[in-house]
Design a protein. Structure first.
Length: 135
């Protein structure tokens, strides 16, 4: 289950309605009722979801490529890490067992992460570091 305090407007999640899973974008978070308004199907359907029906999208190479990051072989660490770049923002993913496991870098700020994160968590880090939302 996804944590309500990790969700922000604009974040990407997976919704589950009647056993059908669809990707969606968060439009609003209601902390009092613990529900989230999500748009699916290219923003044509909006529905309020309980947290039990929302799932995080794992952060992996395919997800980064969909977000228009590209693999930068010139910065990759000789097989111990891969660096994905989008403008001045980069995500360095280290091989499992390394500390940190992931490193986010933007201009003069670097964040070392010791655990895997999800897409919505990356979106929150990206916004915190750049003041722009990652879509």
């Amino acid at each position: 289950m996804i944590s309500l305090h990790h969700l922000k407007t604009g974040d990407s999640v997976i919704t589950n309605y009647g056993g059908v899973e669809k990707p969606g974008k968060i439009l609003q978070v209601d902390h009092e009722d613990k529900k989230v308004l999500v748009a699916t199907d290219n923003n044509t359907n909006e529905f309020w979801y309980d947290l039990d029906n929302l799932y995080s999208i794992p952060l992996d190479e395919a997800t980064l490529l969909k977000l228009q990051f590209h693999l930068d072989n010139s910065q990759s660490g000789g097989g111990t890490s891969k660096v994905y770049v989008r403008g001045p923002f980069s995500v360095r993913m280290f091989e499992p067992g390394n500390k940190p496991l992931m490193q986010l870098h933007y201009r003069d700020e670097t964040r070392n992460l010791n655990a895997p994160i999800t897409l919505n968590e990356l979106q929150n880090h990206y916004h915190g570091m750049t003041n722009f939302h990652l879509e």
